[in-house]
Design a protein around this ligand. Structure first.
Ligand SMILES: NC(=O)c1ccc[n+]([C@@H]2O[C@H](COP(=O)([O-])OP(=O)(O)OC[C@H]3O[C@@H](n4cnc5c(N)ncnc54)[C@H](O)[C@@H]3O)[C@@H](O)[C@H]2O)c1
Length: 324
């Protein structure tokens, strides 16, 4: 007889950076996992062999068929258009993925009687240029790019579907997530972009003066926050998930140089419109209600990420297996 699992979780975006790390943790903890991903930025190599995979777009009709067939107990909604610059260039595409796609996911949850859904929102993009720091969940929401607006608009539907249909939900507003599997081809992950450049012997470009700050949180800690949110009932619905420390991009680059023993100096380029200048989050509510706190400090997380680059990609200038 097959061992009973803790339930079936459908993870949208489970072939992506954060989603695939969540999938691995869920499987380790005894859940059955179904992944829905159209591989637009996701990677087949990220997909756990122990999960069932559907190459399906969350904005289309195919999603309904997956829900009807799989009847998941829980949903973790990670799939999204995540590129700030792209959202400025093509806000319709961004809103279609992030708002219409989310409504489609919620409609499927409603029809198939999903017990609980988690949503990955963005602290960095929703709060906009902070009025005070660290930003807690009560900080006013003033996105300064379409991506932030679409992530926040989607949040409203979770409240609505709970109000109308009693669907249980938790929203996690992530800070800047980094770690193994982050795609350096995008522009969201400055740590993986820098590591990628260094591994190729290229000069990394720091956008603007590099004094802009972010709150960097390790992907393993984010996956753990999702697991806790899935399993715990909480009074609050929205939680910041961040390290709670402000780090400049210049500081990040010097940590990376240290971890990789690289002698390459970065050069400075243009700042990106739509990106906030300074931000970091207060995650005290997640600590209080979810029992979550970040465990991986930046120097350790950068080391882990560099090691992954080394083994997965073969860092040429980091002493990797394909390097000299
Ligand atoms: N990376 C960060 O720092 C960060 C910060 C805040 C919030 N988030 C949120 O976390 C989630 C995951 O982000 P990530 O960094 O892992 O990005 P990612 O691009 O690696 O993952 C997104 C995944 O969704 C899939 N996807 C995109 N559009 C889809 C569609 N229409 N149908 C089906 N699949 C689709 C992609 O193929 C990819 O696998 C996103 O919702 C993002 O908004 C990320």
């Amino acid at each position: 007889m097959m061992a009973k699992t803790k339930g079936k979780v459908l993870v949208t975006g489970g072939a992506g950076f954060i989603g695939s790390n969540i999938v691995d943790l869920l499987i380790e903890k005894g859940y059955d996992v179904v992944i829905v991903d159209n591989l637009v930025t996701g990677n087949k190599e990220n997909i756990s062999k122990k999960a069932k995979f559907y190459d399906v777009d969350i904005t289309g009709q195919g999603l309904k068929d997956v829900f009807e067939k799989e009847k998941p107990d829980f949903v973790i909604h990670e799939a999204a258009q995540i590129n700030v610059r792209k959202s400025v260039e093509d806000p319709m595409f961004d809103a279609n993925s992030n708002v219409i796609g989310t409504i489609n996911v919620l409609e499927c949850c409603r029809r198939s009687g999903v017990k609980k859904i988690l949503y990955s929102s963005s602290g960095g993009a929703c709060y906009g240029e902070p009025e005070y720091m660290p930003c807690d969940e009560k900080h006013p929401v003033h996105p300064i790019c379409p991506y932030g607006a679409s992530k926040y608009a989607a949040e409203q539907y979770f409240f609505l579907y709970n109000f109308l249909y009693r669907i249980d939900y938790t929203i996690l507003r992530y800070a800047n997530v980094y770690g193994p599997r982050q795609d350096p081809k995008g522009e969201a992950g400055v740590i993986s972009i820098f590591l990628d450049r260094i591994s190729k012997g290229q000069v990394p470009v720091i956008n603007g003066d590099g004094r802009q700050t972010r709150d960097f949180v390790y992907v393993g800690d984010v996956a753990r926050a999702n697991l806790l949110a899935l399993e715990k009932s909480t009074k609050s619905r929205i939680f910041n998930i961040g390290f709670g420390k402000e780090t400049s991009v210049n500081q990040i680059y010097s940590e990376i140089k240290k971890a990789t023993k690289s002698g390459i100096d970065a050069r400075h380029g243009q700042a990106i419109p739509g990106e906030v200048y300074r931000i970091y989050l207060y995650a005290g509510l997640a600590k209080k209600e979810l029992g979550w706190k970040p465990g991986v400090v930046l120097s350790e997380g950068i080391k882990k990420t560099a090691e992954w680059f080394n083994s997965a990609i073969g860092g040429k200038n980091m002493g990797g297996k394909n390097g000299q």
